[in-house]
Design a protein around this ligand. Structure first.
Ligand code: SF4
Ligand code: SF4
Length: 182
């Protein structure tokens, strides 16, 4: 019988927590630094989103672009949650995105998926000045560099959804190093 995403999630979370706790030395220090940089860039992008009145626009739209979000969460986001020791919101795999609630996204902006934080529609973007638009895309470029670093660093680090990656890798550690480090 095919494993459900709920089951994959329930296996993945404790397994990755163990792997993260066991990782030590310079590897973990560098990874932690990169994860915090990702979180910081994402929070800065979120500030621009807030400045444009994005919360109200998205509430009025009822999260119109949050469909099919199951595979947006990547390893970087899950590790950022582990690194920050925040409580995990429980995913609801019956929703179009397991993290969506009536109040919007339940993930803290620093831990949201790359696809989500880098997308803004015209309803939000039209409230930005040209300088704010430029800032947003400058931050996006810097953020992409960090995600790409993780993709080169470890087996599960791609921008593919972490549930699919975990299934593809099977027993192989998501954090196992790849040969071609940057
Ligand atoms: S970014 Fe645009 S399309 Fe997406 S939820 Fe907000 S208002 Fe709706
Ligand atoms: S993770 Fe959050 S922002 Fe992304 S699709 Fe799901 S609810 Fe929307």
């Amino acid at each position: 019988m095919k494993t459900s995403y709920q089951e994959t999630w329930q296996q993945l979370l404790p397994r990755l927590s163990r792997e993260w706790r066991r990782l030590g030395g310079p590897e973990k220090t560098e990874l932690g630094t990169r994860l915090r940089r990702i979180a910081e860039l994402q929070r800065q992008m979120h500030q621009l989103f807030l400045a444009a009145g994005g919360l109200q626009a998205c509430a009025d739209c009822r999260g119109g672009c949050c469909g099919s979000g199951t595979h947006h969460l990547t390893l970087a986001n899950l590790l950022a949650l582990l690194d920050s020791e925040q409580a995990f919101p429980h995913p609801d795999f019956n929703q179009s995105c397991p993290w969506l609630s009536v109040d919007g996204c339940r993930l803290e902006p620093g831990c949201r998926p790359f696809n989500c934080v880098t997308f803004v529609c015209h309803l939000v973007e039209e409230f930005w000045s040209p300088e704010q638009v430029a800032s947003f895309y400058r931050l996006e470029k810097a953020l992409r560099v960090e995600y790409q670093w993780l993709a080169r660093r470890c087996a599960g680090g791609s921008l593919q959804g972490v549930l699919l990656v975990a299934r593809r890798l099977g027993p192989v550690s998501l954090l196992s190093p790849l040969r071609s480090k940057p």
